[in-house]
Design a protein around this ligand. Structure first.
Ligand code: NAD
Length: 287
């Protein structure tokens, strides 16, 4: 057991929080996990599956906690931190798992009391499922967990959090928040937007039926759009809070798409072949 952070409070009990709880328990890393969720049903599931205690109030959940994990949609991180702030124990570590870092830091930091350490984070691990039943202990194994420490961050607190995350199998890297948001716009946020759009396109077509799309979806559509089954609240918040980076990458995406559209219309096979050869080589480099 890690004596460094024995009592954990999970604020929000969905995929990421439940996976953390399963992983921490499976490795015997903490003594006690308290969970907070708004709905009684979620709390009951969490108590049955992975929490030692659940509370109806976020403030109540954090009172004794050494580590507080904010695992709610990015858009509510600020208000929930304001609620828990007066109840945080001196020396406690608050981290979050939000998919966007700049906006979360802006929303959360002002509420963090003196003597409490806020260390923003983001596990690059997930599935298209959500809710307290969707978590599993191995979600973070061999996956990146990015921390975006703030200026003047206490190195000892950072080391304690890092050790805990590594103990549940994550590869921890540190990154500046703005850089994180740009990188994630490329590797995650914009691809999700495009996947959602492709499903929307198929939905709006009248000449191809829903039945045909479902029946024949193995030919690209199924793989390509798997991530479009992800939680809509989470993704709305991601796009609204990482607006600049997503719009930047989306602009570049549409430019390339227009270029390909033109090459297809003009029958420019050589250019298309060269483009696909280059992108195939890049894609094959990703395991
Ligand atoms: P989830 O939908 O499975 O769980 C979210 C939890 O937050 C639920 O318990 C929900 O009831 C609660 N919640 C929602 N709105 C709330 C509010 N207004 N007040 C209090 N609680 C509220 O989502 P998740 O996938 O676990 O995502 C949680 C966080 O993790 C998000 O910030 C998301 O950006 C981030 N994240 C998700 C993934 C992923 O692939 N799903 C990956 C990395 C990080």
């Amino acid at each position: 057991m890690s004596e460094a952070l024995p009592r954990v409070a999970l604020i929000g009990l969905g995929l990421i929080a439940s996976s953390m709880a399963h992983a921490l328990r499976a490795k015997g890393l903490v003594r006690d996990i308290t969970g907070y969720a708004r709905s009684a049903e979620t709390r009951a599931v969490a108590l049955e599956l992975f929490c030692d205690r659940v509370t109806e109030s976020a403030a109540e959940a954090v009172k004794e906690a050494d580590l507080i994990v904010l695992a709610v949609p990015v858009g509510v991180m600020g208000e929930i931190t304001a609620e828990i702030a007066p109840h945080l124990k001196p020396g406690a570590i608050v981290t979050d798992v939000g998919s966007v870092k700049g906006a979360v830091i802006e929303a959360v930091s002002p509420h963090i009391p003196q003597g409490v350490h806020f260390i923003p984070g983001h596990p690059l691990a997930g599935t298209e499922y959500s809710g307290p039943r969707s978590g599993f202990a191995t979600l973070f194994e061999n996956r990146w967990w990015l921390l975006t420490p703030l200026e003047g961050q206490d190195p000892a607190a950072l080391a304690r959090l890092r050790a805990l995350l590594e103990a549940i199998g994550a590869n921890v890297d540190e990154m500046e928040a703005k850089r994180h948001d740009l990188v994630l716009a490329v590797v995650s946020h914009t691809p999700h937007l495009i996947a959602y759009t492709m499903v929307g396109v198929a939905d709006h077509l009248r000449r191809v039926t829903h039945e045909e799309v479902i029946k024949y979806s193995a030919s690209g559509f199924r793989d390509f759009t798997r991530i479009a089954a992800s939680d809509p609240t989470m993704w709305r918040d991601v796009f609204l809070t990482n607006k600049d980076a997503v719009l930047d990458i989306l602009g570049r995406f549409t430019e390339e798409l227009f270029m390909l559209q033109r090459q297809i219309r003009m029958g420019e096979g050589e250019q298309l072949h060269a483009y696909f050869s280059r992108t195939r080589a890049i894609r094959r480099g990703i395991i």
